[in-house]
Design a protein around this ligand. Structure first.
Ligand code: WT7
Length: 661
């Protein structure tokens, strides 16, 4: 039986234990159904109540939802708030004030604990430093930081001033950085001299210098440099300031700047099916509401929990479930600088034990790689660690295959801990479809049911609902508070990408295929329907990688990139390349493949490196000249038997395309 078939016939069901149900915030399916009914019966009233209960408004809103300019929806539009005040100031004078906000563990295992009071002080002081260098409400600030507390402080400090941050993952290239700085029109960069990963010191500031040196970044006035390590880095006089220099003499009090609910809290770049990465713009009010609320709903967060989301702040998961959600909810959270396999693959389990983690949220790719390593070496098996503190497990970023789900459930959760498989996207701001730990019976490989108020559905191309058991397009029929507001600088692309005219222009198209089970109506995500790949939970556009390859004009004539299934990374990048010179074979092909991989790493980042590169004299095209991507996908996955090649103009190249280097 293939993996796909085993998913389709999946009939194992794991209901939460009576004790889990009893203690939960949303206790049992009846409570879930009641919330859904409230949302169905009085949609705006439902959201208004939640927004009043969960967000501190400096000026209360009177309008809940404005649909007059759909799909440019506005939520709580005339209300005012500050995101940082909602994460920090609001806890002052409460028992949370002296609670540990962040347990930070560095790459080398050094642990520091920071209370909410201390975090407020540090954020305020850094906000004052930004202010002293001219950063103000409405400016954009680019953040290129390691996974450290200072990264979160930088984000919170921007939010405190009403400056819109744009975090770029530390693995992206100088070129990617430059493109984002230009598109966002950023006034400052916050970075570090180096980052520490797996015992290695990797440059960040040098990459910033290289990006700024590529030109077009004149908007940047200041580069703030956190000295993560003692190694010196280049500093440009007048432009670059170390954190120590910038913070010197700054007061540790800074009044939060109130902004309108729709004010852009951040712009986060992500890959689409065409063109350059798009700057997904999020609001302040609606986003913050959902960040806080989903902490409580999805993770059933309680006062005593120790929460750990392993995502980097460079991704949306690290925004919502590291930088904002846990703080808005008053949680104690773990932030870890490094990689899961350093100094060995027991690191996650060891940290759960050391810090008594109770809610653990990670990606299927990490789980799959740790399974493989644990099975090869009993010393790093979770059995070797005391994981009794765990009570809830989470999964995010890509479909989790039932085999990995079962291993996670048994070996990490000891069959006690519900697994919340959370489906969502950069664009959705927070969770969309996932179980509630004290309510929803779990089915491995299924993200189960939409959260209350999220009107998810599966439709055909014309927007009509399909019956359970029939696959279709995943859509959301009504707006929700944390949804994308627009694509920065490109409102046209926003409309075209997400709100297809054929469906009326107001329904959100997620870009994923999905199917609901016949018995329970549970959702299962079947994968992207566009040219977006998901490699180890990282989102990559095939067009972006193609553009990177053909930009090597000296060598490459033509390139096509597709994804193929990969046991470890979910999908892998496979590139078909036609060179300007002769088709290489043997060692020459190997050398050429390496050169092109390095080129892609330089253009985009190492995460975009093609795993396979195949050289051919031509690409398979139809007689009208269209590249046959479906055929390439079959070839990449090693299965050509089922493909109709009758329209193929040059069938002889098929054999060439099958050869990897
Ligand atoms: C794409 C979004 C979720 C935040 C981090 C990734 C895929 C995400 C799941 C899941 C199946 C999932 C989808 C989605 N995806 N979570 N639980 N089950 N697929 O955000 O980089 O914007 O990627 O990741 O294909 O569209 P992102």
């Amino acid at each position: 039986m293939s993996a796909i078939e085993s998913v389709l016939v999946e009939n194992r069901v794991f209901a939460p234990s009576p004790a889990t149900v009893k203690a939960a915030r949303i206790s049992g399916m009846a409570a879930y159904d009641a919330l859904c009914a409230q949302a169905n019966n009085d949609f705006e009233g439902f959201w208004a109540r939640l927004a009043r209960d969960h967000v501190v408004w400096s000026k209360p809103f009177t309008r809940t939802l404005d649909e007059s300019n759909a799909p440019f929806y506005k939520w709580f539009d005339d209300g005012e708030l500050n995101a940082s005040a909602n994460c920090l100031d609001k806890h002052m004078g409460t028992p949370v004030e002296n609670k540990t906000a962040v347990i930070f563990e560095s790459d080398d295992g050094t642990v520091t604990k920071t209370s909410y009071r201390e975090l407020l002080t540090r954020v305020s002081q850094f906000a004052n430093a930004l202010k002293a260098h001219g950063v103000k409400k409405g400016d954009r600030v680019l953040i290129y930081m390691p996974m450290t507390l200072e990264g979160v402080i930088a984000m919170q400090a921007c939010a405190r001033l009403g400056a819109t941050h744009s975090v770029v993952f530390g693995g992206f290239s100088a070129k990617a950085l430059q493109e984002r700085i230009i598109d966002a029109g950023a006034v400052a960069v916050i970075t570090a001299n180096y980052q520490m990963r797996g015992g290695k010191e990797l440059p960040l500031k040098a990459v910033v210098d290289e990006g700024l040196g590529m030109g077009g970044c004149e908007s940047i006035k200041t580069v703030f440099v956190y000295q993560r390590t003692s190694t010196a880095c280049n500093m440009v006089a007048g432009r670059d300031k170390t954190f120590t220099q910038a913070l010197a003499g700054q007061s540790n009090e800074c009044a939060p700047v109130a902004v309108g609910a729709e004010h852009p809290l951040f712009v986060l770049y992500t890959s689409g099916s065409t063109g350059k990465p798009k700057g997904v713009q999020h609001s302040t009010g609606g986003y913050l509401l959902w960040a806080k609320l989903t902490m409580e709903w999805t993770f059933d967060l309680q006062n005593t929990d120790v929460f750990w989301c392993t995502a980097d702040i460079g991704w949306v998961t690290g925004h919502t479930y590291v930088a904002y959600g846990p703080l808005a909810a008053g949680a104690t959270q773990i932030i870890y600088e490094g990689v899961p396999t350093f100094p060995n693959a027991g690191r996650f389990w060891q940290m759960i034990e050391r810090h008594q983690c109770s809610i653990f949220y990670t990606a299927p790719t990490a789980i799959r790689s740790l399974i493989k390593l644990a099975e090869g070496d009993s010393k790093v098996h979770p059995d070797r660690y005391n994981l009794d503190s765990l009570r809830i497990l989470g999964s995010v970023g890509e479909p989790i295959n039932p085999e990995a789900w079962m291993w996670y459930y048994k070996n990490v959760g000891h069959e006690r801990c519900p697994i919340v498989d959370t489906f969502w996207q950069t664009e959705t701001g927070g969770h969309m479809i996932n179980p509630l730990p004290g309510a929803t019976p779990l089915v491995p490989g299924s993200c189960t049911l939409p959260l209350p108020g999220i009107m998810a559905a599966i439709v055909d191309e014309a927007g009509h609902d399909v019956p359970n058991g029939v696959g279709g397009l995943l859509v959301v029929k009504r707006p929700w508070p944390s949804m994308i507001r627009t694509i920065w600088n490109d409102s046209d692309r926003f409309k075209k990408s997400y709100f297809p005219e054929e469906m009326g222009g107001t329904i959100y198209l997620a870009g994923d295929g999905a199917v609901r089970s016949a018995d329970r109506g549970y959702f299962r995500i079947t994968g992207r329907i566009d040219d977006v790949l998901n490699v180890s939970g990282h989102r990559l556009g095939t067009m972006e990688i193609e553009s990177a390859l053909v930009s090597h004009t000296a060598l490459v004539a033509e390139a096509a990139v597709v994804g193929r299934p990969d046991d470890l990374t979910g999908e892998a990048v496979c590139a078909f390349v036609v060179l300007k010179g002769a088709r290489p074979t043997g060692d020459a092909a190997k050398a050429m493949a390496k050169e092109l991989r390095d080129w892609v790493a330089k253009e985009i980042g190492p995460i975009a490196k093609p795993k396979d590169i195949r050289f051919a004299e031509n690409l398979p095209k139809t007689r009208s000249g269209k590249i046959m991507r479906r055929l390439l996908r079959s070839i990449a996955s090693g299965d050509t038997a089922t493909q109709d090649t009758s329209t193929l103009e040059n069938p002889a190249i098929l054999e060439q395309l099958g050869q990897t280097w």
